[in-house]
Design a protein around this ligand. Structure first.
Ligand code: FAD
Length: 464
């Protein structure tokens, strides 16, 4: 089958190589020129590229199944596999291991494999439209020319919008938070800072969250996830404000101590973050153009602090490949319908989970107390394991995405009891959001132009 994959992010790269290795002729269309050198790749259009990423086992297992040589190269580069308890696995990395690595390094290795794949033809161009004839897709139109194909995979990411006018609008809400992050490298011989999660370290503060993501070869990212509506904290993007925050937040002060580590990136502000879900079908529930399948972030995005995006993307690829292996390509309409139903059942629940938890977090960041008379959101259920460890039997599979969010409903009565007793998740030592804003304001001083507003807003295509 002739396939064109539009978008060479993780979804498109893995999809293209997997299809080529199954004997399909694959054209991979992306305008990005690729890395400038081993440490530099600007990746315009993929805002999150240099922000911290953690790679869950679901994503890593798909990468290992499709392109094991990329995984081996990542290990050789110093990417750290981890098991469910967070420990770095030994020489033999068991299936079901996650990976600590910078996104740039992971994508560079995936791209290297895809560039060397004989069955993948790279076309450096922007796809302008999906073309169709007699009610089915025939390929994509580029600025100069076209690529013919029986199957078009739209892997264009969270904002690109190729052929989006054909399908029903997205369901979308603002995550209520924005990223400011910075990458560092440990100095020779220096030990990493304290860890309390498989990906590194997390500190829940009053009104914001701080996360340290351990990466490859002694690198790590530090993140302040702040309320997106609070414009005072947008100034964290200034070097002086970031330095003040690092000095005041104990977790950051420890990890970023100049005796331990040095920055390897500027301070990186993030763009708007949305939870979005958009199926394959049009407003009337029909396949708009058989032969087109949307995959990856073009179907679902979720609050990135949970680190699910690459996994939900590659699980879609894995499912689509299984359908094609079963001969699903012969009936492109059925292919899209089955993929849509599967995504609705297995991907959309993560989107819905974030709608609820993000709204609740935004309210709590604004000062609202937990209401124990209402069903607890998933994050509250997870926090309650600090009081009752037996809850972990159910919470553990949810945290590792082996069980869908609905699995937590069985715990609601016990969790409500815990919150009704007056217990609340402990807040990390360090400045409150107002104190942090004060430090930021003092560091930046007057006269700095106000950053653009990042008040919550739904994307243009949003239905919600
Ligand atoms: C701030 C942030 C942090 C995140 N952290 C994590 C994390 O810790 N763990 C995790 O698993 N996920 C994380 N994610 C999600 C993860 O980044 C995405 O799920 C992932 O990038 C999806 O891959 P993709 O290939 O579908 O899309 P993308 O990576 O966006 O790639 C899309 C590609 O399509 C190309 N393209 C777009 N339009 C066209 C066109 N018309 N023609 C040709 N090419 C086109 C682009 O150039 C790009 O190469 C994070 C997301 C954000 C926003």
């Amino acid at each position: 089958m002739d396939t064109v994959v539009v978008g060479a992010g993780p979804t498109g790269l893995v999809g293209a190589v997997a299809l080529a290795r199954r004997g399909h002729r694959v054209a991979l269309v992306d305008n990005d020129p690729g890395p400038a050198d081993a440490e530099h790749w600007s990746r315009r259009g993929v805002m999150q590229f240099h922000h911290p990423h953690g790679f869950r086992p679901q994503a890593v297992d798909v990468i290992r199944a499709v392109m094991p040589e990329a995984f081996d190269a990542l290990l050789a580069h110093g990417a750290e596999p981890f098991g469910p308890d967070g420990a770095v696995a030994g020489d033999e990395v068991p299936p079901g291991s996650g990976l600590r690595c910078r996104r740039m390094v992971v994508e560079r290795e995936l791209r290297r494999v895809a560039e060397a794949e004989p069955g993948v033809t790279w076309i450096r161009a922007r796809a302008e439209a999906v073309q169709g004839e007699c009610g089915r897709a025939t390929g994509v139109r580029l600025r100069d020319g076209a690529v013919d194909a029986d199957l078009v995979l739209v892997a264009t990411g969270r904002t690109a919008g190729l052929a989006d006018d054909r399908r029903a609008p997205a369901d979308a809400t603002d995550c209520g938070l924005a990223y400011v992050s910075r990458q560092y490298r440990l100095l020779p011989g220096a030990e990493p800072g304290p860890v309390n999660s498989p990906l590194g370290a997390v500190a829940l503060h009053a009104g914001y969250v701080v996360i340290v993501f351990a990466h490859d070869a002694g690198t790590f990212s530090t993140l302040i996830a702040r309320p997106s509506a609070d414009r005072r904290l947008a100034d964290l993007r200034h070097e002086a404000a970031w330095a003040a925050a690092v000095a005041a937040v104990p977790l950051l002060a420890t990890w970023c101590d100049p005796a331990r580590a040095a920055p390897i990136s500027p301070v990186l502000p993030g763009g708007r973050l949305h939870n979005t879900y958009r199926g394959q079908l049009d407003d009337r529930g029909r396949v708009p153009l058989p032969g087109v399948v949307y995959v990856g972030d073009s179907v679902c995005t979720t609050n990135p602090t949970a680190g699910r995006g690459v996994s939900t993307s590659l699980l879609q690829v894995e499912h689509l490949l299984a359908l094609l292996d079963d001969g699903g390509g012969a009936d492109p309409e059925a292919l899209a319908l089955v993929q849509d139903a599967w995504c609705h059942a297995w991907i959309r629940p993560w989107f819905l989970d974030h709608l609820a938890t993000d709204a609740a977090q935004t309210a709590r960041w604004a000062g609202e107390d937990v209401d124990p008379t209402r069903p607890p959101t998933s994050d509250l259920v997870v926090s309650a394991t600090e009081v009752d460890r037996s809850l972990m039997a159910v919470v553990g599979p949810y945290l590792t995405m082996r069980a869908l969010p609905d699995s937590l409903v069985a715990l609601h009565p016990r969790v409500r009891e815990i919150y009704a007793s007056g217990w609340r998740p402990p807040v990390a030592e360090g400045p409150t959001v107002d104190e942090l804003a004060g430090l930021v304001g003092a560091a930046v001083g007057p006269g700095v132009p106000a950053p653009p507003s990042v008040a919550p807003a739904a994307p243009a295509t949003a239905r919600a």
